[in-house]
Design a protein around this ligand. Structure first.
Ligand code: HDE
Length: 682
């Protein structure tokens, strides 16, 4: 077994042991504290007789079980969470009076929930979808929730359309299919008939929508918020999370196969890296626009289908979040956490983005039905770490036992407590934006440009990224049954790129649209994932080893991998110990049955002197699949013969000198994917 997995296992054993020690003297009781003498048989009238109503223990246990589930989130049902901390690098006082952004010595506890949007709670992690990236900062001034996504824009501009969008993307109501997928008629019908979605659709068709890891994706607050400083001066602000490991995607074929091989791929990756002490880290960045520059740009700062190109409005990195503790209980924390974009602290305020305005209503409303009443703030994961007092009372599931006679404001009987705080005392004061206008159901004309930034995104992609987008459209529209919808979508995206729609139209057998591409030539290099941080750190290497492997060399190579932070895991025909030369042994982590090529970032084939034909075939299959997904492949010793076909191919390392091999292979792993293979092989 690899050292990392051993450590993981040891930790698990320690936890179990701790549990045993803690619970040593505890008896099983009912919820009323009565000790239970038998938990295996219900109370019956005779051993072969009927169960009796009188069996209060059975009824209490079963009733509780019957009510174990709560309604899943209507969107973002499938999620996974972790605890951590946030620290600001330098005081942001110039822009905001938020305390947690003022003092670099303060560590603010955080809780993050990542999610997919469309699928139900039991769906799979690697669906093509936006990912939720919701962070709760437990500050001393109250909770601040940054409820974002891994895509910086949204499908729609006004919250009133959200139920329509969600109805369209969710499984179709007449047969309940497909699960966790946008590749169906109603979603694309919505897109073609709500063309403000063009920009976000470009993102969801890119590899951003199939992240390699939750640790390797960006996060965005999406909307424009406001920073307000002590003097009451405001700036528009957009929030970004930048992962230290860089932003990386899967390839679509791989993502689909992982859904079957390990539906929990992302959550397992997050959980295990935290257990192993490889803490996921993200830097917080802000883009700031002065209020007086509101109309300086070719986009409306209030339009949530627009991003602010980083080259025009730089991202200032202001702090770092480290996720360092897994949840103890998925239900209590991940399911019961209740986010709300309206949970803000002094110094952070809203803009008039109509999508944000609608969200400010929706989130409390949804928590009331999901968590069964208005007291969800009392659930431990939602509770502020600072004191809170008010005159709200009672309701479903109330935990607090409020004492005293007075529960109203203003009062004299309790000296008018709890009393509102002045601004100096930390009371929240809304930014006094001047607003006037007619009551009107309409949108500003400045929201009507749906295609410039869709094209900006396309213009910014590398050739490989463009190719993936074409394939994603071809896949999704290939699953659509209505010819009319297919044609409408192709016609719509002709405005973005004729290259894109010509290929897609040919692939799905509809007419090529004629012309239509809008004139927009800007690009934003920051949107491409190609130039992101590349490192071998935390990359999983599947090492295929058989009995009779070269002991000294292979042990040395594995050590080199680990020194670079990569994570080798041993795969062989059976679990147990493998014997190599020079008395070296290796413990097997996975068999060919329990592992699969798609679950690793790279494959290293070692082989061994005592392997059989079946082993040879498996080793070849692992390499073949890794090759088709552009992953690095390495081979030494007997392994070289097993995958000789791939010799001299791009991203394939076969060397006799072990040091040269280790160096070259690590470089190949750090490069992540070897896309040039595609250009050679297509
Ligand atoms: Fe949400 N969204 N949303 N959303 N959203 C929910 O709240 C909603 C939007 C986001 O891990 C719901 O507790 C409306 C944008 C995340 O618990 C619900 C609109 C962005 C999560 C809701 C939007 C998000 C949610 C469902 C359009 C990115 C998961 C359950 C106006 C900035 C949070 C719940 C978690 C969850 C409403 C659009 C992010 C129904 C009405 C844009 C990350 O209240």
């Amino acid at each position: 077994m690899s050292d990392d997995r051993k450590e993981f296992q040891n930790k698990k054993d320690e936890q179990l042991e701790q549990h045993r020690v803690d619970d040593k003297d505890k008896h099983l009781t009912t919820n009323q504290g009565l000790k239970v003498s038998n938990d295996e048989h219900s109370l019956k009238a005779g051993v072969r007789g009927p169960t009796l109503m009188e069996d209060f223990h059975f009824r209490e246990k079963m009733t509780h079980f019957d009510h174990e589930r709560i309604p899943e989130r209507i969107v973002h049902a499938r999620g996974f969470s972790a605890h951590g901390e946030f620290e600001v690098y330098e005081s942001m006082k110039e822009y905001t009076k938020a305390n947690f952004l003022a003092d670099p010595s303060v560590k603010t506890p955080v809780f993050v929930r990542f999610s997919t949007v469309a699928g139900s709670k039991g769906s799979f992690d690697t669906a093509r979808d936006a990912r939720g990236f919701a962070t709760k900062f437990y500050t001393q001034e109250g909770n601040f929730d940054l409820v974002g996504n891994n895509i910086p824009v949204f499908f729609i501009q006004d919250a009133v359309k959200f139920p329509d969008l969600v109805h369209a993307v969710k499984a179709e109501p007449h047969h309940g299919m497909p699960q966790a997928a946008s590749a169906h008629d109603t979603f694309w019908d919505f897109v073609a008939n709500n063309q403000e979605s063009a920009h976000m659709v470009m993102w969801t068709m890119s590899d951003r929508a199939i992240p390699r890891s939750l640790r390797m994706m960006e996060g965005f607050g999406v909307h424009t918020f406001r920073f307000v400083n002590e003097e009451g001066k405001a700036h528009f602000v957009k929030f970004h999370w930048k992962p230290i490991l860089g932003t990386h995607g899967l390839v679509w074929d791989e993502a689909q196969k992982i859904s079957g091989k390990n539906p929990d791929f992302h959550r397992a990756d997050l959980y295990e890296s935290i257990e192993n002490g490889d803490y996921p880290e993200y830097e917080l960045g802000v883009q700031i626009i002065a209020e007086e520059d509101e109309f300086k740009y070719d986009f409306d700062v209030l339009d949530p289908t627009k991003l602010w190109p980083e080259e025009e409005v730089p991202v200032k990195i202001i702090g770092k979040m480290t996720l360092n503790r897994n949840v103890d209980n998925v239900f209590a924390e991940n399911e019961q956490v209740a986010f709300h974009p309206g949970h803000v602290v002094p110094g952070i305020d809203f803009s008039n983005d109509p999508l944000l305005q609608g969200r400010l209503f929706s989130y409390t409303d949804t928590q009331i039905s999901r968590l069964g009443g208005p007291n969800f703030h009392e659930i431990p994961v939602n509770k502020p770490v600072c004191p809170f007092h008010n005159n709200q009372r009672d309701g479903m599931h109330r935990q607090t036992i409020n004492t005293g006679q007075v529960s109203y404001h203003k009062n004299s009987l309790a000296d008018n407590t709890p009393s509102p705080a002045s601004e100096e005392e930390g009371g929240y004061k809304h930014y006094q934006e001047k607003v006037e206008g007619h009551k009107i159901r309409a949108r500003s004309e400045s929201f009507e440009d749906f295609f410039s930034q869709a094209k900006l995104f396309w213009n910014s992609m590398s050739e490989v990224e463009k190719d993936h987008i074409k394939k994603a459209f071809s896949f999704e529209l290939g699953k659509v049954e209505s010819k009319s919808v297919q044609q409408q979508v192709v016609n719509m995206f002709a405005k973005v790129s004729s290259e894109l729609v010509t290929e897609v139209a040919d692939n799905i057998g509809v007419d090529r649209p004629e012309g239509g591409e809008i004139d927009y030539t800007k690009s934003s290099p920051a949107l491409s994932m190609e130039k992101t941080t590349k490192t071998a750190k935390s990359r999983k290497i599947g090492v295929i080893v058989g009995d009779g492997f070269n002991g000294v060399d292979v042990t040395h190579i594995l050590r080199e991998f680990k020194a670079e932070g990569a994570m080798p895991e041993i795969i062989s025909s059976k679990l147990g110990t493998l014997n190599g030369s020079d008395d070296k042994t290796l413990e097997v982590d996975h068999t060919f049955l329990t592992a699969d090529s798609v679950l690793f970032d790279a494959i290293y084939v070692v082989g061994g002197k005592n392997i059989d034909k079946e082993f040879e075939q498996h080793a070849y299959n692992f390499a073949e699949e890794a090759f088709s997904h552009f992953k690095p492949i390495g081979a030494t010793h007997e392994g070289k013969e097993l995958i000789e076909t791939y010799k001299d191919q791009i991203g394939v390392v076969m060397e006799d000198d072990v040091n040269v091999f280790a160096d070259k292979f690590i470089d190949a792993v750090a490069a992540h994917r070897h896309w040039k293979r595609q250009l050679v092989n297509v």
